[in-house]
Design a protein around this ligand. Structure first.
Ligand SMILES: O=C(O)CCC(=O)C(=O)O
Length: 269
């Protein structure tokens, strides 16, 4: 257990070789996570008819509840050891599968969706529940971040939370995927080019995770594709000044007054 939440050189090497990292010290204790989970219904209450939890995108910009998580120094220590000293947070969204949910996440690479360059982004997947193969935990293909971005096509599976997935015949073998297992309060890290996805949740346990996306200050978003893009500097200095800054939120639970660009709108759907 590393109390500083900094990565060892061996962990850094593993991440760069494989495109992901597990086995990290918990960000939140079980007690802290219970408090965070007890607040979640107040955020969910802001969803409008017809919306689902997948519509909770970038609400860290308006809710201190999520902003405090995105700005947690323990998370930043992990991210700093991947991205270097200068990085910002720009996205958060929930991937929640209720008990006996048929929702899946098709195999995909995040970078396919994002109008951002160069590739220098890491996703923190923070477990709100204990997550494993039994309740549809994420799977990832080690080393797939080194193979370039593969063409995606619209998902045939209407149960997929994401609407694009890798084309049939793409050069990858799902049998080699690693099953992510996390306890509530723990997180995994993954590279924006790593191929990942997840199965349905046939169990009677919820499977909830919050993804928080961080990028080096050298990464520029294309505002003509994603005009609402806002960054929050987490560490260091932003000498590039490529992207507009967001204002930290003041309310505990509040939703943005814009509709964040969906994955398929931002990507090549
Ligand atoms: O939670 C999942 O199953 C998938 C998450 C995901 O696609 C992501 O973090 O980019």
């Amino acid at each position: 257990m590393n109390p500083t939440h900094h990565l060892t050189p061996a962990q850094q090497k593993f991440y760069h070789d494989n495109g992901y990292l597990l086995g990290l010290p918990a960000i939140y204790t079980r007690e802290e996570m219970a408090v965070i989970n007890s607040e979640l219904p107040q955020l969910l209450a802001l969803l409008q008819p017809g919306e689902t939890t997948k519509d909770i995108r970038e609400w860290h910009e308006t809710s201190t509840y999520l902003y405090e998580i995105a700005m947690n120094p323990k998370i930043h220590n992990l991210v700093e050891d991947i991205l270097g000293p200068n990085f910002y947070c720009w996205a958060s969204n929930f991937f929640i599968k209720d008990p006996r949910s048929m929702a899946t996440v098709g195999w995909h690479q995040d970078s396919y969706y994002w109008p951002m360059a160069p590739h220098n982004s890491v996703t923190v997947w923070l477990a709100f529940d204990d997550v494993d193969e039994g309740n549809g935990g994420m799977k990832l293909l080690p080393g797939s971040h080194k193979g370039g971005v593969i063409k995606h096509r619209r998902s045939k599976e209407t149960s997929s939370v994401l609407t694009l997935e890798l084309e049939d015949g793409s050069d990858f073998n799902a049998d080699h995927a690693v099953q992510f297992r996390l306890k509530a309060g723990e997180c995994s890290l993954h590279d924006d080019r790593a191929i990942h996805g997840s199965q349905a949740n046939p169990s009677d346990r919820r499977r909830a995770g919050l993804t928080i996306r961080y990028s080096g200050t050298n990464v520029k978003n294309d505002l003509s594709v994603n005009p609402n893009f806002k960054i929050y500097l987490c560490r260091g200095v932003d000498t590039f000044k490529h992207n507009p800054y967001g204002t930290p939120p003041t309310q505990r639970y509040s939703r943005p007054n814009f509709k964040p660009v969906s994955n398929e709108e931002a990507g090549k759907g």
